[in-house]
Design a protein around this ligand. Structure first.
Ligand code: RNT
Ligand code: ZN
Length: 417
């Protein structure tokens, strides 16, 4: 695309936005400070690098067998850097515990220490990125249907130990990068069929969490992710959204909103303002559920747009961590990262370009039709020219031009795997 044309288009957009009281230059500045946390697990279909790794389990599934998935730590690092080079701005990387640098050693989940993440810490520093973290309770012989809520004390203690160690690792990462590491805790615990012990399971989960969070960890932040159901665990989820809403608000812990984790007509966006007076911050897992928690690649769909718009309207930009969580094994995985990340950014950009103040004034004055007018007009405003300018200023391909880069990477690197 010709740069001159793009610059002209941006200049026109700048003026059109100025007419409605929106300063695109300050929005571009905000976009520069908007950091996504890229999930490492899109690169290899949530397999990880444990020597003893088994199949993916725990109520989640990755479908598709597109060739070229990362098979080891060097490949995943290369792939992630490639993806990052095609996304404007500076972004974090979100690791799961099973992506440690185990160097050929069998390290069980209750034995893991920061030593296995030292090379990630060094890599992050070298590449000017920061790390977030996740404990991993799925894909393990002791996972079964229940981990932290398991009535078997031995198994429960195993996962408590694992999670405590993950918090230690997160804290060490946070110290090394001089910025808190966000550690998400999601466990799949639930029942496939009818059960009469719901209260017991929830009580056990609460007790396990209390034990896990006893230690103060100043350089990491905990967040808890609930969901509605998992595959093979359809009848009951111990860590439901309600359970964690209660737990997080009582204990002042960050709650994670995964956009695929609710009933199909329930709005994740609506949870932002419902929660923010009761929990300190929010973590997002931006995904795309198709009929179920299918973790399709994020696109600019209405739920994602509404979610980001609600955050901006709530003036909560700095109180949210922007994790992504999709894993599609049926398409080029670098492409998946780039599309998902850029689409999330575009939703944020559109949210920031909304003339919210003016709309709010109309709303307060009871001028309903004017509210609708501005909201409708905003949809067709030239936000795309602003996004293109954002790409230009960050020296990344504009529009679909990144296809060329990915094709080249496939030819040079991925096709040789
Ligand atoms: C599963 C949760 C969870 C996982 C990752 C791999 O339903 O969304 O966040 O996707 O931890
Ligand atoms: Zn998630």
């Amino acid at each position: 695309m010709e740069k001159k044309l793009l610059t002209q288009a941006y200049e026109i957009a700048r003026q059109r936005y100025a007419e409605i009281g929106v300063d695109t230059e300050s929005v571009l500045q905000q976009m520069q400070n908007f950091h996504l946390s890229l999930h490492c697990w899109q690169a290899d279909d949530v397999k990880g690098f444990e020597v003893q790794a088994g199949d993916l389990s725990g109520g989640i599934q990755c479908t598709g067998s597109f060739p070229g998935a990362a098979r080891n730590i060097d490949e995943i690092r290369l792939d992630i850097l490639k993806a990052m080079s095609l996304i404007p701005g500076n972004h974090r990387l979100n690791l799961h515990e099973i992506y440690g640098d185990f160097k050929g050693k069998v390290v069980d989940r209750d034995e893991v220490t920061v030593e296995y993440f030292q090379s990630w810490i060094d890599w992050a520093k070298e590449n000017n990125t920061k790390l977030d973290f996740n404990s991993t309770s799925f894909s393990h012989p002791k996972s079964g249907n229940l981990s932290l809520a398991n009535p078997d004390k031995g198994i429960r203690d195993f996962w408590i130990e694992h999670t405590k160690r993950c918090r230690d690792i997160s804290n060490a990462i946070g110290e090394a990068q001089d910025d808190p590491c966000i550690m998400n805790l999601w466990v799949h615990d639930g029942c496939k069929d009818q059960s009469v012990n719901h209260m017991m399971y929830r009580h056990l989960l609460k007790e396990s969490l209390d034990e896990i969070f006893r230690k103060k960890q100043p350089m990491m932040k905990d967040c808890l992710e609930g969901k509605v159901f998992g595959i093979g665990l359809e009848s009951f989820t111990v860590g439901s959204h309600d359970f964690y809403t209660a737990y997080c608000s009582k204990n002042n812990i960050i709650q994670t909103i995964d956009t695929g984790h609710y009933h199909p007509t329930e709005s994740p966006a609506d949870k932002v303002s419902a929660l923010l007076d009761f929990v300190p911050e929010l973590m997002l897992h931006v995904s795309r559920p198709i009929r179920w928690d299918s973790d399709h690649v994020t696109i600019m769909d209405d739920p994602t747009q509404e979610l980001f718009s609600e955050i901006v309207r709530a003036n909560a930009l700095q109180r949210v961590h922007y994790g992504l969580d999709f894993f599609d094994g049926s398409i080029n995985r670098i492409g998946a990262y780039v599309i998902g990340s850029r689409s999330a950014q575009k939703c944020m950009l559109r949210a920031l370009l909304e003339p919210t103040k003016t709309i709010s004034q109309y709303e307060m004055a009871g001028e309903g039709y004017k509210v609708l007018t501005l909201l409708e007009e905003a949809k067709a405003m030239p936000w795309q020219a602003v996004y293109d300018e954002f790409c230009l200023r960050n020296n990344v391909p504009v529009g679909q031009d990144f296809i060329k880069d990915i094709d080249q990477y496939v030819a040079d690197v991925i096709s040789k795997r």
